[in-house]
Design a protein around this ligand. Structure first.
Ligand code: SF4
Ligand SMILES: [Zn+2]
Length: 371
């Protein structure tokens, strides 16, 4: 046994420069058994963030110029800390397949390191859809060979208006579908990310949006990763809106409502994430009394995939459920009408009254494109 372990240890790259990656574990069930899926986060700078970024995300705050040496050292440190894990999720701060973020030569070294350690059965990573091309995927698959490979793609919402004006995703459905088709050609599995409660949506609208988006994602991708938005403490619009009391994280009741409305067949391909990874200002939650129990039941579902745990959570009795139900009955003017006021508030606060009076015409016209 000692010999086997020392051989195993010998294959694991030893830490070099000590800039540690972020590491957290997602509760999962692999081959019928509970499994803590390591998520290794490597520091890069999401190129979409340079163009505004997604409103709920603060990823990609790289405070030093990209260095292959540091990047690969972080990877090796992450592999060392999580050594022996056959299922791995390794994410950069944006898109693994974006050359601006991870140069092609570095990316190939990254895959070679994963292949060389020998014990990885499944590797998941993430990329914005537009960076997924035949050439890049073919190259990666040639290195990874027998390793099952999956790529998470941020769809977030299937509603074009919500994706564009509430999330600023910069993604058309055509580009998303092309990416999935490319992955299929190489037997790479696709994981479409869907979020619960993009900014500007009410709790009720968020439930409808998530349900519709999950169904669209299930019809297009192999799996869905469903995230209730958590509010990051800095660097994102949701955090900024939260400070002005214009946004709060979704209720766990809403999360459970969406999951409860899925059929068994649909739920089979839906996986849950989004409660960890910091620093977080506010997570999806209910009241102080019921949140710990509900979270534990969601965790139990993740480990067992037994939907009884979700049913138990949804049926859990707590006085805060009535407040949530009341919240769902609130009706406001349509989102497209409300959002212009929200844009005005943000623009005046951040860019000033003058900017708004000089630019409001094109901003309004842009919103009308979706009317
Ligand atoms: S969600 Fe992804 S693409 Fe959007 S800003 Fe964050 S890292 Fe970049
Ligand atoms: Zn409660």
């Amino acid at each position: 046994m000692a010999k086997i372990w020392s051989d195993e240890e010998a294959r694991v790259p030893k830490p070099g420069i000590t800039i540690l990656p972020s590491i957290f574990y997602l509760s999962r069930n692999q081959e019928g058994k509970p499994y803590n899926l390591p998520v290794i986060g490597l520091d890069t700078l999401c190129s979409w963030r340079k163009r505004g970024g997604c409103t709920f995300c603060n990823f990609g705050g790289l405070r030093y110029p990209f260095s292959e040496k540091i990047f690969l050292s972080q990877l090796k440190n992450g592999l060392y800390i999580t050594r022996g894990s056959p299922y791995l999720h390794i994410a950069v701060d944006g898109s693994t397949f974006d050359d601006e973020e991870v140069p092609a030569t570095t990316r190939l070294k990254f895959f070679k390191i994963i292949k060389t350690i020998g014990y990885v059965k499944t590797l998941e990573t993430e990329s914005k859809a537009e960076f997924i091309t035949d050439a890049k995927i073919e190259e990666a698959c040639k290195i990874l060979r027998s390793i099952k490979f999956g790529i998470g793609i941020g769809l977030e919402s299937s509603d074009d208006f919500v994706r564009e004006h509430c999330i600023n995703k910069g993604l058309t459905k055509k580009v998303y579908i092309n990416a999935i088709k490319t992955l299929r050609r190489y037997n790479v599995f696709s994981q479409a990310h869907v979020i619960l409660k993009p900014p500007f949506l009410t709790e009720y609208e968020a439930i409808l949006d998530a349900e519709k988006s999950i169904r669209y994602a299930l019809n297009t991708a192999d799996e869905v990763i469903f995230f209730p938005i958590n509010i990051k403490s800095w660097g994102c619009l949701t955090g900024w809106l939260h400070r002005y009391k214009k946004y709060s994280a979704p209720k766990l009741w809403s999360f459970l409502e969406v999951l409860g409305n899925l059929s068994d067949k649909e739920l089979k391909r839906v996986f849950l994430a989004g409660f960890i990874g910091g620093p977080i200002l506010q997570n999806a939650s209910n009241c102080e009394k019921c949140t710990p129990t509900i979270m534990q039941l969601i965790e139990n579902f993740n480990y067992t995939r037994n939907r009884e745990f979700l049913k138990k959570a949804k049926d859990y009795k707590c006085s805060c459920k009535n407040e949530w139900k009341r919240e769902l009955t609130k009706r406001l003017p349509p989102l497209k009408e409300r959002i212009i006021k929200e844009y005005e508030f943000i623009a005046k606060k951040l860019l000033g009254e003058e900017w708004w009076s000089n630019n409001q015409v094109w901003v309004k016209a842009d919103l009308q494109r979706y009317a």
